[in-house]
Write a protein that binds this ligand. Structure first.
Ligand SMILES: Cc1cc2nc3c(=O)[nH]c(=O)nc-3n(C[C@H](O)[C@H](O)[C@H](O)COP(=O)(O)OP(=O)(O)OC[C@H]3O[C@@H](n4cnc5c(N)ncnc54)[C@H](O)[C@@H]3O)c2cc1C
Length: 501
């Protein structure tokens, strides 16, 4: 038996007899030919049948991805239960040189990011879903496969709040590794900025930590650097002192779009920049506009921070002014992104300017209406407020690679929902052209912001490149240091990878 094979099988806990079986079946030196079969068998011997599903595949598990465009059937699925299991899985994937994808909540709509076909192995982290709170309630330890709905409600019941994702079904890992936009981002910074420690499995199977004193360069890189450095198996998050909150949501007519965008820009420039407890969720669909107002503490009256919206007459009040919990607000938001089989989103950033907002919205609306007529696709137009304090919080909490503009500005996104594969290109053309419009008009008027938010970025966008050359070079050095074999660049099926920058 070769030394390499002996080291490998011992490291994943196989006995000599099991290794002999593997050797007989696949051949030690010729394993490359049947590497996927060998890798899945080795993983099954190491982790057991309950964690490694070879065949026939369980379609409910395969079908976990949010968008059907991402569903594909891997050669086998590994569902680890501990970081040690993830380590064994990675050692096996590395030894056999096979392709793989990592999935936590499966909410990326980008095909191949968290799914892989018969040519690879899917590492599905849904069983790594711990939600623990420290005795002093200052740190919550969360598994990557937990969903934000459970995280928020479990912690809320124990008197704690973290900065995470707004929609209950979305996974923990993808949100944090891409930065993470939450209601209270203006006060506390991105979800990634509120991480105390990442537990991570590196490409050689080492289980290590990244925080401000251990592997601080890796800590910096993980705060928005995506799936480039290893498989994160636990996020230790600082809790924030937000308990009860105030919120209200109203529905407006699409004819009010210009007035709402004007009020929104005014709010972003003034109250939204100075009273960081206030945030606004704006969603413009083709039939109606929803405006959610959220304040990070209870109040008796509508906070004065929302004054710019007072003169707008809603069609209806969907959620009356309420002093409630973050769990209740998360439940209200559960419907976001539901209702069709295929999905996409897209990102752009912009400085604040009502005229620009109105022009880009009008451009988008005309195209989106025509495409709905042809395909039935639904689309929304959303601008998420990003006060200057988001960049400041990032700096104060140790820095991150995202290079977020230190000015009040906005991150545009769109969620696109449709049903038929044949319409993929036509439907996606609306958001692609709208992204180009943001850039063209923004460049002409000095209002462009290069940043592309990874968590809203579509398959053809390059969010990492938008972090700037200096940060990209630094990220590449960190990737070489912690992933000497470059497994996450070469064997990972797809994703926002540094090798594509
Ligand atoms: C309905 C909806 C609402 C959303 N709301 C928000 C929001 O409020 N705030 C926000 O910031 N974003 C939001 N997003 C965007 C979301 O952050 C991304 O879609 C994110 O990728 C989803 O994370 P996931 O774990 O569910 O995804 P997955 O598809 O499982 O993973 C996404 C990427 O992360 C990688 N990955 C997954 N787990 C790990 C791990 N443990 N270690 C290393 N890499 C890993 C995957 O390989 C893949 O490349 C929303 C998306 C949707 C669809």
């Amino acid at each position: 038996m070769s030394k390499e094979f002996e080291t490998f099988y011992t490291s994943i806990g196989l006995s000599k007899e099991q290794a002999e079986t593997l050797k007989e079946k696949y051949g030690v030196e010729t394993y490359k030919a049947k590497s996927l079969e060998a890798a899945c068998t080795a993983a099954q011997l190491s982790l057991g049948n309950s964690q490694v599903d070879t065949s026939p595949l369980n379609q409910t598990v395969v079908g976990e991805n949010w968008s059907k465009a991402c569903v594909s059937e891997p050669y086998c699925i590994i569902q680890p239960k501990t970081a040690q299991d993830v380590s064994k899985a990675i050692k096996t994937i590395s030894h056999y040189g096979v392709k793989f994808a990592v999935r936590s909540g499966g909410h990326s709509p980008n095909p191949g990011w968290s799914s892989v076909g018969h040519e690879g192995i899917l590492v599905d982290l849904q069983n790594l879903n711990q939600i623990d709170l420290s005795d002093d309630k200052k740190v919550a330890s969360i598994g990557p496969g937990a969903r934000w709905g459970e995280v928020i409600s479990t912690l809320d019941a124990q008197g704690a709040t973290v900065i995470g994702g707004r929609i209950p079904s979305v996974g923990v890992a993808g949100v944090i590794l891409g930065g993470g936009y939450f209601h209270f981002i203006g006060q506390y910074g991105t979800a990634a900025d509120n991480v105390k420690n990442f537990e991570i499995v590196l490409s050689d199977g080492t289980i290590t930590n990244a925080n401000s004193s251990v592997n601080p360069d890796l800590f910096w890189a993980l705060k928005g650097g995506g799936p480039n450095f290893g498989i994160v198996t636990r996020f230790d998050l600082y809790t924030v002192p937000v308990r009860g909150i105030w919120y209200q949501a109203s529905i407006y007519s699409v004819d009010q779009a210009d007035a709402i965008l004007e009020a929104y820009a005014k709010w972003q420039q003034n109250e939204g920049a100075t009273d960081l407890k206030a945030t606004v969720g704006l969603g413009i669909s083709l039939d109606a506009i929803s405006l959610g107002l959220v304040y990070s503490e209870p109040t008796t009256d509508q906070p004065s921070a929302f004054a710019p919206f007072r003169d707008l007459e809603p069609l209806m009040v969907a959620v009356p002014p309420t002093n409630g919990s973050i769990t209740a607000l998360t439940t209200i938001m559960a419907g976001t992104g539901a209702g069709a089989d295929r999905h996409d989103y897209r990102a752009a950033s912009t400085r604040i300017d009502a005229q620009l907002y109105k022009e880009v919205h009008a451009f988008w609306r005309e195209k989106a209406l025509a495409v709905r007529e042809a395909t039935g696709a639904n689309q929304t137009f959303t601008i998420q407020p990003v006060p200057k304090n988001v960049a400041i919080q990032g700096e104060q909490k140790g820095g991150n690679p995202m290079n977020i503009l230190k000015e009040n500005h906005g991150w545009w996104t769109t969620i696109v929902d449709w049903n038929n594969e044949k319409d993929d290109d036509l439907v996606r053309s609306v958001s692609i052209q709208t992204g180009e419009k943001w850039k063209q008009l923004g460049d002409e008027r000095g209002l462009s912001v290069p940043f592309i938010f990874m968590n809203d970025a579509s398959r053809d966008q390059n969010p990492l490149a938008s972090y700037g050359t200096e940060n990209v070079n630094k990220l590449k050095q960190i990737s070489q240091k912690y992933d000497a074999s470059q497994l996450f660049q070469k064997q990972q099926n797809s994703g926002f990878l540094l090798s594509k920058v």
